[in-house]
Ligand binder design. Sequence first.
Ligand SMILES: N[C@@H](CCC(=O)N[C@@H](CS)C(=O)NCC(=O)O)C(=O)O
Length: 237
Amino acid sequence: MDLYACMTPNTLKVMFMLGELDLDFELKRVRVYRGEHFAEGFENLHPYRKLPVLVDPQGPQGTPFTVFESGAILVYLAEKTGKLLGDGPAERSTVMQWLMLQMSSVGPSFGNASHFTAASGQGEHYSRKRFVTQAARLCAVYDERLRAERYLAGDFFSIADLATFPWLWRHPGMVGIDTSQFAGLNRWLREVEQRPGLARVQPRYKALVDADRQDLAEVDPDLMDRIMGRGDWWLAD
Ligand SMILES: N[C@@H](CCC(=O)N[C@@H](CS)C(=O)NCC(=O)O)C(=O)O
């Protein structure tokens, strides 16, 4: 399988999943800070030009099949292998509920909290406070759940845990949320961190982060505006 990727927790989710399944994959680095995802043709991989994207050469019809959106990639791989999705309608629905909460709330809240904390450079007080508050509320929600249950969907590890871990691992600290009182969340983080699937892919993910950070250090300001959707790229003016 080919995984088109850049440094983001959304890529780590998929790498972690592939590691858990012990599946071989080729990491196709897309240099976002060189604008490679804006090149002609990339829209065939992802219509909104985002990462990650998975291409399975042996798709459902025996031909190559492309999947975008990290949550959809996790579901695709879980269905393909019959793993990490739970057994029966109740378990499966519980997995999907926690997966959807990650996709709709954890990713966007932490993404925006990080943006307004470190990346925007505009000092938006209101925006930063709003998203850090939402991210902190989510930490409390996950802590409560993980005090009651071993994993997000119950007593079994699933794609809901895989999707959520990369966002709750380092991002709370990065945006200044004190997680020391979240015993349930911290217990789960320490446990998931030990999974062999993560160890299998971590060196490759770290190399990806190092390479992207180098690109980021010398990114063209206009390209950065395009990625962020601002400056000359504002559509709202
Ligand atoms: N909901 C999407 C989020 C994808 C996303 O925002 N990816 C970023 C991570 S680097 C990206 O491609 N950014 C490049 C851009 O926005 O131009 C997912 O989970 O796959």
